[in-house]
Ligand binder design. Structure first.
Ligand SMILES: Cc1cc2nc3c(=O)[nH]c(=O)nc-3n(C[C@H](O)[C@H](O)[C@H](O)COP(=O)(O)O)c2cc1C
Length: 220
């Protein structure tokens, strides 16, 4: 697969086959992602891969927290509002998803079930947590975004599926405690990874993108 095809065909996968991915393949994915650029080559990323019983147990823990209506505590604050043009894109996505699933995605119960699906890693055999020292500046969060994209592209090139999940950081303090990550680390993102179940309706929807001429201005 060439680079352009890899970038354009990656998509978020929300239903995985249960089969475990060989550890060597997961390491190859991280090995590729670490070549992402970073501010002054600071490489401000730390990675934890979680699988098997430990992953199941973390899922149960997170589901229990939501069942008890525990207040979320992400290290990166959830956005509270968006500029109108961006809000419109988000609404369009939600409407499309509601239409396809026949569910009202604004209903509290549907939102809760959606969070639970996230906490169950959408059935993926592995979860990846990306974290970094919390003293790092916003540039390092930017670098982590580059790393995450590199990771997801590399996974796609190896025939794996991924989905980046802010929801997996909702209970950051609990996740860090559970995984033995120091509380002063910043949990930036969770990513489910595994073999994509491409037959599943959950993976049949492809998000669109706005036209290129809406985001670029040529000045000469
Ligand atoms: C930082 C970030 C956080 C995200 N959080 C979630 C999440 O918690 N759960 C989820 O199902 N998808 C999540 N997504 C996936 C986006 O919904 C998805 O990338 C977007 O709709 C575009 O679709 P695509 O990835 O299939 O191209 C997240 C994506 C990013 C980049």
């Amino acid at each position: 697969m060439d680079t352009i095809e890899c970038i354009k065909t990656r998509m978020s996968i929300r239903k995985f086959k249960p089969d475990a991915v060989p550890l060597e393949t997961l390491i190859k994915v991280i090995d590729a992602a670490k070549w992402s650029p970073s501010y002054k080559n600071s490489q401000p990323w730390e990675v934890m891969i979680i699988s098997g019983k430990k992953k199941q147990s973390l899922s149960r823990h997170l589901v229990e927290l939501i069942e008890k209506n525990t207040a979320s505590c992400p290290d990166l604050p959830e956005p509270v509002s968006w500029p109108p043009a961006i809000e419109a894109r988000i609404s369009a996505l939600m409407e499309k998803r509601s239409e396809l699933t026949g569910k009202d995605l604004n209903s509290p119960e549907v939102r809760k079930q959606s969070k639970i699906a996230n906490f169950e890693f959408y059935g993926a055999p592995h979860g990846i947590f990306l974290f970094q020292d919390s003293s790092l500046t916003v540039w390092s969060i930017f670098d982590m975004g580059l790393f995450a994209h590199g990771l997801m592209l590399a996974a796609h090139a190896y025939g794996l599926g991924t989905v980046p999940q802010a929801f997996l950081t909702d209970y950051a303090q609990y996740v860090k405690k559970f995984l033995g990550i120091h509380e002063l680390k910043r949990l930036v993102l969770g990513i489910s990874i595994g073999y994509p179940d491409l037959e599943s309706p959950a993976n049949s929807f492809r998000t669109n993108r706005i036209n290129t001429d809406e985001i670029v201005r040529i000045v000469e």
